[in-house]
Design a protein around this ligand. Structure first.
Ligand SMILES: Nc1nc2c(ncn2[C@@H]2O[C@H](COP(=O)(O)OP(=O)(O)O)[C@@H](O)[C@H]2O)c(=O)[nH]1
Ligand SMILES: [Mg+2]
Length: 217
């Protein structure tokens, strides 16, 4: 029974250390004038698909790059590089989230002042990433039409730590009887006033709104 307070103590220390490093990262990003956008969601919600489309569209007029986290494989980095943007994969092994030290290490050798937008795709998970600040300016949480409407109610913390919610795969909404109004209500219940965008990276629906959110943030 004595082990519990010790676990909490170590966890608090790890989070505090992460917060300090994230604060330094945020300062570095500001000084380099690079906008940093992170994406969080459960696995398969469409982060890589949306990010590939984003890098392709925004990359026409802005200097963009991405970091992408997964437990294993370079698969997502290979997909994202099809956009022509510089991309680095971070493989976390058994760790279910990215942290500020992983982001910092992955940026070694990159001249941030040459970038305007840096995107960070987090490991697919609706729990772990919420506690870790990565020094980002904007955190987007994705919720796909195929996941159902109640994810915001079940995982409120991740929605509370995000700045924007993106409802993805909206082209599939009818096929899976996704109740769009209910999803919006659930998001607003957890995070009143949250900016919500519906997109389909497959058809391009809503991409203009997402891109103008990014450039106007
Ligand atoms: N129909 C449809 N499928 C999508 C869309 N976005 C992603 N997908 C599919 O969903 C699956 C998971 O997408 P992925 O981008 O790998 O998700 P991630 O794990 O969050 O990075 C893939 O088979 C994608 O082709 C979309 O907007 N519409
Ligand atoms: Mg992915």
């Amino acid at each position: 029974m004595t082990a519990q307070p010790r676990i909490v103590e170590v966890r608090e220390r790890v989070l505090k250390q992460n917060d300090l490093l994230a604060r330094d990262l945020r300062r570095t990003f500001r000084e380099a004038h690079v906008h940093v956008v992170s994406m969080v969601s459960s696995p398969g919600s469409g982060k890589t698909t949306l990010l590939e489309a984003t890098l392709t569209i925004l990359g026409r007029s802005r200097r963009v790059a991405a970091l992408v986290g997964d437990l294993a494989t370079e698969n997502d980095a290979l997909r994202l590089r099809r956009s022509g943007a510089p991309v680095k994969q971070i493989t976390t092994g058994t760790v279910c989230h990215l942290d500020a030290s992983m982001v910092s290490a992955a940026l070694t050798g990159w001249d941030l002042s040459r970038l305007e937008f840096l995107f960070i795709e987090n490991v697919g998970n609706l729990v772990c990433p919420s506690s870790y600040d990565l020094g980002e300016d904007l955190r987007a949480v994705l919720l796909s039409a195929t996941e159902g409407e109640d994810k915001p109610l079940k995982y409120p913390t991740i929605f509370n730590t995000a700045d924007v919610a993106i409802v993805t795969k909206i082209d599939l909404a009818e096929a899976v009887e996704f109740d769009r109004e209910l999803a919006h209500r659930n998001i607003q219940q957890v995070r009143p006033g949250m900016h919500v965008i519906e997109v389909s990276a497959k058809t391009g629906f809503g991409m203009d709104k997402w891109i103008s959110t990014l450039t106007g943030w």
